[in-house]
Design a protein around this ligand. Structure first.
Ligand SMILES: Nc1ncnc2c1ncn2[C@@H]1O[C@H](COP(=O)(O)OP(=O)(O)OP(=O)(O)O)[C@@H](O)[C@H]1O
Ligand SMILES: [Mg+2]
Length: 478
């Protein structure tokens, strides 16, 4: 409460101490009369007094009258009470819900101190009985919030549940069957899996499937794309942030991916794109299975199964110092190499069939068929973007025609020209080299973007340049 300046014309009473005494007493009397019941405990935690109001509760607590109740240790007569805690800590519990065999009550518990500040007892008050009626609006609001929270938690769990199983990995070619066999075996273990393969070969799909077939299936699957997280945020993203680690707006604690993946699977996508500084920290976390949130000096134990994926040549990166050798061995426990689409063309038809079905469902149009001529054209393509590229090609062809059956011609505009270099050479008389190089660069970038469905990160990977370089070149074209 705010202190108010005493009006100048009124002198202070002679005896301020007795006034305070009076205030204390009238407060006590006030609460004793407005509350539903009140009790006093001594230092030892024995009930020494109850007021008239409190007597009402005695039958429900199993006592005929005050003589059996008063004089006993409080926990013996009031189940679930926290009065002892208040005596021991000297800290009040100003408002709380107490439930026992007599019902649910809104209670308040206050320690009593002597002149020297020593705790000499405690007051317990029942502010409301039947809170379900008196506090109905509050309780209803609380119940609603609780319900919203439960719902959000359920949704989150559903989102984290895996999207794919081994059955979603289409293919019966020897190469596809071998990959599935290895992945199934990996799912039986808790070892780290390293998924290798070109862009669009299904590494992410397989990571989900391994998790879904593992003993951790009911636990979260948490993915981090290392090519998409800015370097400065990576540590916080992985290890989390302790409360107050940053000043300013973001002072709340935040769980990192390791913590979120506890008892589940952590998917390190594009693991080859990890900066060296983070590699050292990640190695430590993987070895010790413990993490230290930013700005905290406590370590947290975690239990995560790691699946890493990359389309980069990690061995070559180790050789020229861009990837730590020790981390490479840590990740390369169970390597699984996904075949390129061009190396399992016998799966093309089944893949196309399955992709056309999912495309039809997504765009809400009837499912298309592939004519033999279309299949033949698709089989001559090199598919640098693999199954993602196939999906994009099918979707674009389906958008270009209403024909229920896709034919070879429908793919003429969709698939990039077979050889960019050939085109550049065809272009007529010799021209200055810089001009030719610029044209080649431009058409290569366009082909890569077509192959990856406009995904710049994947396109950059396909071209073997950094994302920044790709953006730079795209910018220069405008
Ligand atoms: N065997 C398969 N059967 C059916 N669909 C597949 C298969 N493999 C991949 N796909 C589909 O192809 C697309 C690309 O797959 P995914 O994202 O798993 O590739 P990736 O290897 O992780 O590629 P990147 O290295 O570019 O991240 C997805 O739409 C996926 O569903
Ligand atoms: Mg991927």
């Amino acid at each position: 409460m705010k202190k108010q300046a005493a009006p100048a014309q009124l002198p202070l009473p002679d005896d301020a101490a007795s006034l305070r005494e009076l205030a204390v007493r009238s407060m006590f009397d006030l609460f004793s009369s407005v509350s539903e019941g009140m009790m006093l405990l001594d230092r030892a935690g024995r009930v020494v007094w109850i007021n008239e109001g409190y007597k009402r509760f005695l039958p429900a607590l199993g006592f005929a009258g005050p003589e059996d109740f008063v004089g006993r240790p409080v926990e013996e007569v009031v189940p679930n009470t926290l009065m002892r805690h208040v005596l021991e800590t000297g800290k009040p519990i100003l408002i709380d819900l107490l439930t026992n065999k007599a019902g649910t009550f809104v209670v308040s518990r206050i320690p009593l101190r002597d002149a020297s500040g020593e705790v000499i007892g405690a007051i317990g008050m029942v502010l409301f009985d039947h809170p379900e009626t008196t506090l109905q609006p509050l309780i209803a609001k609380f119940a609603r919030m609780q319900q919203d929270l439960d719902e959000a938690r359920r949704e989150l769990a559903a989102q984290r549940r895996t999207k794919y199983t081994f059955a979603s990995f289409i293919g019966s070619s020897p190469a596809a069957l071998e990959v599935k066999r290895q992945a199934r075996r990996a799912a039986q273990t808790d070892s780290t899996v390293l998924l290798l393969g070109e862009t669009g070969t299904g590494k992410e799909l397989l990571a989900h499937a391994i998790h879904a077939a593992s003993a951790r299936a009911e636990r979260p699957f948490i993915g981090v794309n290392l090519a998409a997280v800015p370097e400065t945020l990576m540590e916080a993203e992985f290890f989390g942030v302790a409360p107050g680690a940053y000043t300013g707006a973001d002072r709340k604690a935040r769980d990192g991916k390791f913590k979120l993946a506890d008892k589940g699977t952590l998917f390190l996508d594009e693991a080859g794109d990890m900066p060296l500084a983070l590699q050292a920290k990640l190695l430590r976390a993987l070895q010790e299975q413990e993490i230290e949130p930013l700005g905290s000096n406590k370590v947290i134990k975690v239990d995560v199964r790691v699946i890493a994926a990359t389309s980069r040549d990690l061995k070559a990166m180790v050789a020229d110092g861009r990837f730590r050798e020790d981390l490479y061995y840590r990740l390369n426990v169970l390597p699984v190499r996904l075949p390129a689409l061009r190396d399992r063309l016998s799966d093309l038809e089944a893949l196309a069939e399955s992709l056309l079905e999912s495309i039809a469902a997504r765009i809400g149009m009837p499912q298309r068929e592939l004519s033999p001529s279309a299949l033949a054209v698709l089989a001559t393509h090199r598919w640098p973007g693999n199954i993602r590229e196939l999906r994009n090609a099918l979707e674009q062809a389906a958008m270009l025609t209403d024909n229920p059956r896709l034919v070879a011609e429908d793919f003429a505009q969709v698939l990039p020209a077979p050889s960019v270099l050939g085109e550049a050479r065809k272009a007529g008389p010799l021209r200055p080299l810089p001009q030719l190089i610029a044209e080649l660069e431009r058409s290569s970038i366009q082909s890569a973007l077509v192959a990856t469905g406009g995904n710049k990160v994947s396109a950059a990977k396909l071209l073997g340049i950094s994302r920044a370089t790709l953006y730079e070149k795209l910018g220069a074209e405008k």
